[in-house]
Design a protein around this ligand. Structure first.
Ligand code: NCD
Ligand code: ZN
Length: 336
């Protein structure tokens, strides 16, 4: 029988999420700003966020939607070839720069085609102490894309020893192992990659709402990710990669990649950590590790969860969340 009565999380952080713009932003931002104290906002909009004007406009939109909620949006810039002066000017507004290899995921067409041409900018990031967040996938076979990218992480870690490098949304046991090889290499992991494997997506009837990049992998990969998370591996942070798409883009012939998890993330994480008798490590995984790694102090927010059933809505606006219509055993019962 479950003996845990209450779980209190201090300033939970979501270190990778997609807020979008316009109507979609109005739907999804309040769901994160309610239960999290801060989050890292991805820049893959159309057009991408890669200059001061666009960044300031986006910050303004996000802050107006957050309103009175206690939530710090940690902003990112879409990687392009920036000059030192540009980055110096942009640095006060951002937590890091996000590098997408061209064409590997949603709205990444303007990403990096040749890493050799990116290295001058990466050098500036190192000098300015701006972290580099990377979507680490190649154009190889879909199940191997992350593994094939790992040598690139190693190359960058060796060439830029002072640069904080974050492997975003890791999905493989190999990526977890690589964390131990370089002091300045870190990672985020999503909720869904701690829960599903390729079987859940495509082993039976195809489930488009579980389709994302990187694609869910093998049971042994999930096991390595879960082990690292429940032990609050000091190089690993929670980043939901909550990526909303309207239902007509998901339930379509040509389904958009992205799983929407923001409103159910903390409830499902508590369930997972509870199952592994690891509630004591959840605070490290959802906040303390990120604070230490990025050297940030988020606003104070205390989120209480209790073992009270939570019925996940079928939709939020136009978006179907993970676990739609299902009951989760934990609910958020207080936010202060
Ligand atoms: C993300 C999106 O929709 O913006 N999609 C996804 O499958 N995760 C982009 C990303 O983080 O790869
Ligand atoms: Zn993402």
């Amino acid at each position: 029988m479950n003996q845990t009565k209450q779980v209190v999380l201090n300033s939970p952080l979501d270190m990778h999420l997609h807020f979008r713009e316009g109507v979609m932003a109005q739907t999804v931002i309040p769901l994160s700003s309610y239960s999290f104290a801060g989050g890292v906002v991805m820049p893959n909009l159309v057009p991408v966020v890669n200059n001061l004007e666009r960044l300031q406009g986006y910050i303004k939109e996000i802050k107006s939607i957050i309103g009175k909620d206690v939530f710090e949006p940690y902003m990112t810039l879409f990687f392009k070839e920036y000059s030192y002066q540009e980055l110096e000017q942009l640095k006060p507004y951002i937590l890091g720069v996000k590098l997408y290899p061209a064409g590997v995921t949603t709205n990444s067409e303007d990403g990096v085609a040749a890493l050799s041409k990116a290295e001058a900018t990466i050098k500036h990031l190192e000098e300015l102490e701006i972290p580099l967040m990377i979507h680490g996938e190649t154009h190889g076979f879909v199940m191997d894309r992350e593994k094939l990218f790992l040598p690139i992480f190693e190359h960058l870690a060796q060439k830029f020893p002072q640069l904080k490098i974050i492997m975003e949304h890791i999905t493989t046991a190999d990526a977890v192992s690589l964390l131990n090889n370089y002091e300045h290499l870190y990672a985020t992991v999503t909720l869904h990659h701690l829960i599903i494997t390729l079987d859940d997506l495509a082993g039976g009837l195809l489930r488009p709402h579980l389709f994302c990049k990187p694609i869910a992998k093998r049971p042994e990969d999930r096991e390595a990710l879960v082990n690292a998370a429940i032990n609050a591996h000091p190089k690993l942070m929670f980043g939901s990669d909550s990526a909303p798409h309207p239902i007509d883009k998901k339930e379509a012939c040509g389904c958009a990649a992205g799983i929407f998890t923001a409103p159910i993330a903390l409830q499902a994480l508590v369930e997972l950590f509870e199952q592994h008798n690891a509630i004591a490590n959840l605070q490290g995984f959802v906040s303390d590790n990120a604070q230490r790694i990025y050297n940030i102090t988020p606003p104070q927010k205390s989120v209480t969860l209790e073992p009270v059933a939570y019925k996940v809505p079928a939709m939020y606006g136009e978006v179907v969340p993970m676990f739609a219509n299902q009951e989760l055993p934990w609910s958020i019962t207080q936010v202060r």
